[in-house]
Design a protein around this ligand. Structure first.
Ligand SMILES: [Zn+2]
Length: 115
């Protein structure tokens, strides 16, 4: 039985605004989200925990298809949670990756035998 499903890979990139940045997240720095993994480029393998905490709730929704009229589809920039920082984090959907249900959970699919 094919138990595969797809999720968008995401690119999360720091974009500047007309307001100066306060935190240590230079313009253009980025990381990818593939499945449950955050993947950083070797030249900048880190992110501050406060913007990461603000970004995390959006990743599962951005990984999945959303309605064309849904704001989750159109809105792609999340502001840094530091009110004095001008940085934004742009979340871009890339290609889709395929995953197996059985390899991502122990909960059986409806109608599947669990023994
Ligand atoms: Zn910031």
């Amino acid at each position: 039985m094919d138990d595969s499903f797809e999720l968008y890979d995401l690119k999360v990139e720091v974009v500047a605004t007309d307001k100066p940045m306060v935190c240590d997240h230079p313009e253009g720095s980025y990381f990818h989200v593939v499945g449950e993994m955050l993947i950083f480029p070797p030249e900048r393998p880190r992110i501050a925990m406060y913007p990461l905490a603000a970004l995390l709730p959006f990743f599962p929704a951005k990984q999945r298809p959303t309605h064309d009229h849904d704001w989750m589809t159109t809105d792609a920039e999340i502001a840094c949670p530091d009110p004095h920082c001008g940085a934004r984090f742009r979340i871009t959907r890339l290609e889709k990756s395929t995953f197996s249900h059985a390899e991502t959970t122990r909960v059986p699919l409806p109608g599947a035998s669990d023994d």
